[in-house]
Ligand binder design. Structure first.
Ligand SMILES: [Zn+2]
Length: 406
């Protein structure tokens, strides 16, 4: 099997004295005809010149000067083709062949990098790294770390924007890629030269929250106890999606009216220390949980798969929400997701919006920042402060009127 990406050329001195590369001429028995090339479709002999291999390193065209005559050149071509085939085959099988052990092979390093995050217990980070690096490496087509340039990064930004990814996502993936590049053994200056000194900017927008009437209509549309419990819990505890899908009955205390958020080694679900917490539950929610458990005494997880039928973590809670919203006729019909999905999905409804609504409600009802930080499992105040937003008209008027000005 000949690998077309590797070929043999002869760089020769032509009639007008200039040097040009031509494909070599082959004889019928598969040998390289000495000093003979194909120029303008015909064989031509140029005695002054040398042989070169034409190949690629990633997408970069590489010329390798060969010493010796036609016989040596043919031998070199055969070896190079064999090697290129091995690399191509291994690539198809998802394996990276390290051609030069002194150089850092990008795909190898990328795999190690996302595995390391996984081993640390950062499953989500690991998934983000894997996706980001796969997209980046597919787009830039480089093999080794030392081939990376700033253009590769700019091209990556361009590709993401072309696909319609938000500025925030472009920013986040850039940071993920930068974290990876930092592990490739470059100096600080080199990293700066490759990634640029600043990450692409994004507008820090207010987290979206549900309006009271939206919630009213949504909850009124819910039919099953499972769904009412699920979304009431998301709204009144602000649990993250993964925290909610791994919530077990054993984490809930009816006596103390609390819920424990913690790692679940059983499901390989690991959270940071700052995310471990005890949450207060509303009286109504405790009652709801008790009633629900009475009806469904089996199983370990609160929200198992298929509406609680299978006692396994449900990774499709978002899909469930989207389905319920559509069924209830609550898709807005105007957002970009509604338009692009032709009404199948609405971008105005997503799980994190319950969490944002929860945190905003805590702040609006006068809870201090430190408590909100602890309740929401945030590691820093700055993340919580993103949820501080100007109150609406009537509320502001009431407060301003209540101040004793003099
Ligand atoms: Zn919509």
């Amino acid at each position: 099997m000949a690998n077309k990406r590797v070929s043999l050329v002869r760089k020769c001195k032509t009639e007008d004295g200039s040097w040009k590369r031509f494909p070599v001429a082959m004889s019928a028995n598969g040998r390289v005809k000495p000093d003979t090339v194909i120029a303008d479709g015909a064989e031509q002999v140029y005695p002054v010149g040398h042989y070169e291999l034409r190949s690629y390193s990633g997408s970069k065209l590489v010329w390798t000067v060969l010493t010796g005559g036609a016989t040596e050149a043919l031998a070199a071509l055969k070896v190079a083709r064999k090697r290129a085939n091995a690399v191509a085959l291994a690539g198809d099988a998802g394996v990276q062949v390290v051609l030069d052990p002194k150089r850092v092979a990008l795909r190898d390093a990328a795999k190690k990098f996302s595995m390391a995050a996984f081993d640390r217990g950062s499953k989500e980070a690991s998934e983000i790294y894997e996706r980001t690096l796969e997209e980046f490496l597919t787009g830039c087509n480089k093999t080794y770390a030392d081939e990376l340039t700033h253009d590769d990064i700019l091209k990556f930004h361009g590709q993401m924007r072309k696909r319609g990814l938000s500025d925030r996502t472009v920013h986040n993936r850039h940071q993920a890629l930068r974290s990876f590049i930092l592990t490739l053994g470059f100096t600080v200056e080199q990293v700066k030269a490759i990634t640029g000194s600043r990450a692409p900017k994004f507008e820090k927008t207010m987290p979206e929250i549900y309006e009271p009437d939206e919630l009213k209509t949504f909850f009124a549309s819910l039919e099953s106890d499972y769904d009412i419990l699920l979304f009431d819990l998301l709204l009144t505890t602000g649990l993250r999606e993964r925290e909610c899908m791994h919530l077990e009955w054993a984490d809930i205390s009816y006596t103390h009216k609390t819920l424990q958020v913690k790692s679940k080694p059983r499901y390989a679900h690991k959270i940071k220390d700052s995310e471990e917490r005890e949450m207060p539950l509303t009286k109504d929610l405790v009652k709801q949980l008790q009633d629900y458990r009475k009806e469904h005494p089996e199983g370990r997880l609160v929200f198992g798969k298929l509406g609680g039928m299978v006692d396994e973590p449900d990774g499709h809670l978002l899909r469930r929400l989207k389905g319920l919203v559509k069924k209830a006729g609550l898709n807005c019909g105007e957002c970009s997701t509604c338009v692009s999905s032709e009404g199948v999905e609405c971008g105005k409804w997503f799980l994190h919006k319950f969490r944002a609504s929860y945190i905003t409600a805590l702040l609006r009802n006068g809870l201090d920042l430190r408590s909100v930080m602890a309740l929401s499992g945030h590691a820093d105040l700055e993340s919580v402060m993103r949820y501080l937003r100007p109150a609406g008209g009537v509320e502001v008027q009431k407060k301003v009127n209540a101040i004793r000005w003099r």
